[in-house]
Design a protein around this ligand. Sequence first.
Ligand SMILES: [Mg+2]
Length: 374
Amino acid sequence: MKIEKIEIFKGTVYYKAPFKISLGTSEQSDEVLIKITDTEGNWGLGEAGPASRITGETQGTVIEASKLIASFLIGQETEDIPILNEKIESSILRNSSAKAAFDIALYDLLSRKYKIPLYKFLGAYRESIITDVTIGIMDIESAVKKATYLKNIGIKRIKMKVGENIVEDYRRVEAVRNAVGDNIEIFIDANQGWSPGEAVRNLELFDNLNIEFVEQPVKAWDIDGLAYVRNKGPLPVMADESVHSPEDAIKIVKAEAADFINIKLMKSGGIHNAKKIADISEAAGIPNMVGCMMEGAIGIAAGIHFSLHHRNVKFVDLDSDLDMKNTLTGGKILPLKGSYRTSDGYPGLGDLNLNPEEVQLVSTISKSGDFKSF
Ligand SMILES: [Mg+2]
């Protein structure tokens, strides 16, 4: 079957509460959704969650990049995955979340067509996986209240954002540790908030709070700094913003700069590159986390299916769809059962379609060519 039509939609998801990390505070995510339809009427959905400070994209840039990417895909065979990946990759430099939306939509289309859940289409390794839930930078009382709630609903892993004010960060994490006890795993994520020297000094403080690892303590570009923190500091180190692509993962491996690598489909440009990063990581003995931007149900579903597929995924941080006031999709978001995320058994990404009340059609690219970029 050939790709007949590509529709580009936009929509905004609003958070139940403002989400603050060391890079800034946000209250909403302006998303782009891609729907790809083939000549037999099979369709698939993808989501781009542009994070301007991380991937350099906005909703507007994703829409423009998507028009360009779509023009390379119209008329192509949907089953020729390596060729489609090559076309997506070569259509435009960077623009990783736009590319991810197309990659996800194509995998959704194919697995829907074959009437199996996406993780089975990719190859199933597990049926469910534990996710953490993230607590942003907030006052101590609110953090303790949220952590206690999470423990009560069965969450086993909590990720806490730090990297702004070390005294407040320490007090907040200490209070949460005291509130939830020692049976909950706690991770901390500084989102590049520290210099290498600061990171080592600050992490000594956290050493008595039974923290599993620190995520991205230093600037994304500072691979030497990351290696320094890993060698001199007391905690294992996870690379997040430092690794977007498979090539970035190779740099981390060569520099022995991290104990773990956090894969996000919005950084990697979708599932096909996520697989490469996970394969490189696995060969180097580096387990992966699969994380997310503040994405809606489609992006999160894709992350869950990838996590059920790849055996090198040890941690999952796929929770943002639980924090939204509205959803751009009809149907249901994939379930959270206790601490576990799973497929809902439906073909493709799951029982999801577009919610016409929440999305707006921006552009349609069809075989007849109603968009020309050159
Ligand atoms: Mg992170």
